[in-house]
Design a protein around this ligand. Sequence first.
Ligand SMILES: *[C@@H]1O[C@H](CO)[C@@H](O)[C@H](O)[C@H]1NC(C)=O
Ligand SMILES: *[C@@H]1O[C@H](CO)[C@@H](O)[C@H](O)[C@H]1NC(C)=O
Ligand SMILES: *[C@@H]1O[C@H](CO)[C@@H](O)[C@H](O)[C@H]1NC(C)=O
Ligand SMILES: *[C@@H]1O[C@H](CO)[C@@H](O)[C@H](O)[C@H]1NC(C)=O
Ligand SMILES: *[C@@H]1O[C@H](CO)[C@@H](O)[C@H](O)[C@H]1NC(C)=O
Ligand SMILES: *[C@@H]1O[C@H](CO)[C@@H](O)[C@H](O)[C@H]1NC(C)=O
Ligand SMILES: *[C@@H]1O[C@H](CO)[C@@H](O)[C@H](O)[C@H]1NC(C)=O
Ligand SMILES: *[C@@H]1O[C@H](CO)[C@@H](O)[C@H](O)[C@H]1NC(C)=O
Ligand SMILES: *[C@@H]1O[C@H](CO)[C@@H](O)[C@H](O)[C@H]1NC(C)=O
Ligand SMILES: *[C@@H]1O[C@H](CO)[C@@H](O)[C@H](O)[C@H]1NC(C)=O
Length: 623
Amino acid sequence: MYVEGAVRWGAWIALLLWGSVATGASLASSSPWPCPHRCDCQQEALQVNCSTRHLSAVPEGISRDSHRLDLSRNRLKTLARRQFAGLPRLRELDLSDNILSVVEVEAFQGLQNLHTLRLRGNRLKIIPVGVFSGLAGLRLLDLAENEILVFLDYTFRDLTSLQRLEAGENDLVFISHRAFTGLAGLQELNLNRCNLTSMPTEALSQLQGLTRLRFRRLSLGTLPNNSFRRLSRLRELTIAQSPWLDTLAPNSLFGLNLTSLSITGCNLTAVPYAPIHHLVYLRYLDLSHNPITTVRAHLLGDLLRLQELHLVGAGLLRIEPGAFRGLAHFRLLNVSSNLLATLEETAFHSVGNLETLRLDRNPLACDCRLLWVVRRRLRLDFDGRPPTCSHPVKAQGREFRGFSESELPGLFTCRPARILNRKPQEVRVEEGHTVLFFCKADGDPTPAISWLTPHLSLVSPTGRIRVLPNGTLEVRYAQVQDSGTYLCVASNAAGNQSFSVGLHVRGFSSSSSSGRNRSAPFFPEGWVLPSGYPQSIANSNSSAQGPSPFPFDAKTLVIAVTMGFLSFLSSVVICFIFMFFWSQSKGQIKHTATIDFVPRSSAGTSGHRGDRVDTGRFTMKLI
Ligand SMILES: *[C@@H]1O[C@H](CO)[C@@H](O)[C@H](O)[C@H]1NC(C)=O
Ligand SMILES: *[C@@H]1O[C@H](CO)[C@@H](O)[C@H](O)[C@H]1NC(C)=O
Ligand SMILES: *[C@@H]1O[C@H](CO)[C@@H](O)[C@H](O)[C@H]1NC(C)=O
Ligand SMILES: *[C@@H]1O[C@H](CO)[C@@H](O)[C@H](O)[C@H]1NC(C)=O
Ligand SMILES: *[C@@H]1O[C@H](CO)[C@@H](O)[C@H](O)[C@H]1NC(C)=O
Ligand SMILES: *[C@@H]1O[C@H](CO)[C@@H](O)[C@H](O)[C@H]1NC(C)=O
Ligand SMILES: *[C@@H]1O[C@H](CO)[C@@H](O)[C@H](O)[C@H]1NC(C)=O
Ligand SMILES: *[C@@H]1O[C@H](CO)[C@@H](O)[C@H](O)[C@H]1NC(C)=O
Ligand SMILES: *[C@@H]1O[C@H](CO)[C@@H](O)[C@H](O)[C@H]1NC(C)=O
Ligand SMILES: *[C@@H]1O[C@H](CO)[C@@H](O)[C@H](O)[C@H]1NC(C)=O
């Protein structure tokens, strides 16, 4: 009896001693560590693990001293009011992956030491105001992967210490204006896969301590002006996988002072230069997986501190020279998986600062423009994926790292632009003719051809005087003031060459059009060429083809009848006779010969009402 008692006492003392050694003095006075049936308890960690035990209710008999309670992956359906009132020391509570659909108001009352609460992966549809009351010490709340549609006003008002709120994967469609009231300490908010159709600007403006904000799957087409008012502490903004988002309003990011911005997997067709230009502290910019084809010159220069740009899988065709001009700290460019044929050294402020370059999976032409990369191939960090050549054939498929110094002179070379067929082109025409000047050039890489007017301005690809896609200069309806010397410039990375042509346009002085204002276009008001006939009527290149496709449509007939059909016909006949002789005598100007069928302009002839052809208001214009 005595012995038995001594043994029992000894065991008791040993247990006490062991407990205090293992968990520190705070436990010295505690009662024995009870452990609920079916759970794993680790007394030294003050941890009760009831994960994956098919529990349908919170088990009884959990020690008051527990710091961590894991009830994840069970079948808990509801949490009653003051459900955890007996566990005042609890710091972490994990209720993830249950089937919770009802959490009563004040369910967590009494857990004033709780700092982490996980409710991820349940079936919560609504969170009544007051559910989180009593959780004044909570720092992390995870509500992701539920079915919450709205956040109501004051839902989180008691969580004054909350630092991080995970609310992603919820089909959230609306966030009430005062939903985030009280979350003054919140630093990080994740709203991944929300179905928000408008930016919860008003609600977010309550979160003045926020430093990181993440959205995914916004159902938004445009990010409106001032979307992030009063978030002056925000440093990282991520918007991902929002395929409808194609526009950032010019002031959408106004008021922010970001160091990191990611807008990926959206539908932006251009780098949002204007919305981001004020972000002078930005260091990290990721615009990957947007259909952006060009990084334009000199438009990122305000981002003084930018260090990294990621533009992966964007269909990028060109990074213009000067694109990163002004970015003195730029050290990482990730343009893997695009359609770039080259990347010129002149794109950078200083390639000496560049440390990491991902240029792999681009159809690169290995000519002199990429020589700077191959020269730095041992110093640059290619992140394990060195670029490879797609062109020329002899270097196809070869990695930049693999070239030896001795083969470089034969590879990575360019041939300067050279204009072919420099036969002098001097063209003299009557006004109204269409004139083409050819300019073809070769070189490696293929030269770009541009034309300068006699006033040395660049000819654009549209307009009356334009450059055709094949480099030909086209002057339509030549006018006297178009006369002069035009310059064709062919240029590529290795050099440029130019070539001049002359155009002399004589004023047209036949009786039928002597009075026309020569600088005005030929088409008089009210007359439109039938759109089906532009080639055959307006530009037919031989007189014999002229008459056959006449536009005797209703409009022409009505006009003809009202104006006197006879005089119309006689005008036509006179014109054709005239045309016949003209073509006999002037047939040599083949490539410019065009027939233009236009009536006389009432505006253009206003001063010449007395003309003898006045009755036939049509003149056949031969060009
Ligand atoms: C609880 O146990 C499960 C396995 O039963 C384990 O996956 C989980 O990490 C444990 N939880 C803690 C907090 O250690
Ligand atoms: C949210 O968006 C997803 C996919 O975009 C869609 O399947 C789901 O039905 C949407 N939910 C609501 C509530 O609109
Ligand atoms: C956004 O702000 C810019 C600049 O103030 C303004 O030009 C633009 O019209 C605004 N857009 C909208 C949709 O209000
Ligand atoms: C993305 O933009 C293009 C045109 O810019 C449009 O055709 C396409 O439908 C847009 N995609 C989505 C998912 O809205
Ligand atoms: C912007 O952010 C940077 C770096 O985080 C900080 O140094 C700077 O003071 C901030 N500027 C303003 C106006 O808040
Ligand atoms: C470049 O982008 C790819 C794809 O997003 C990524 O896997 C890789 O880590 C990036 N490389 C660097 C150096 O950032
Ligand atoms: C260029 O294109 C125009 C029209 O497309 C054509 O008339 C001209 O002959 C072409 N020039 C050359 C040199 O191929
Ligand atoms: C042509 O080359 C010269 C010098 O080589 C250069 O000054 C000029 O700007 C170039 N012109 C064009 C259009 O590239
Ligand atoms: C000719 O037309 C141009 C513009 O259409 C006008 O500026 C000019 O004054 C006109 N000249 C005469 C002589 O009517
Ligand atoms: C111009 O004439 C040539 C041969 O004379 C012919 O091949 C060409 O199709 C004609 N062009 C037009 C627009 O009729």
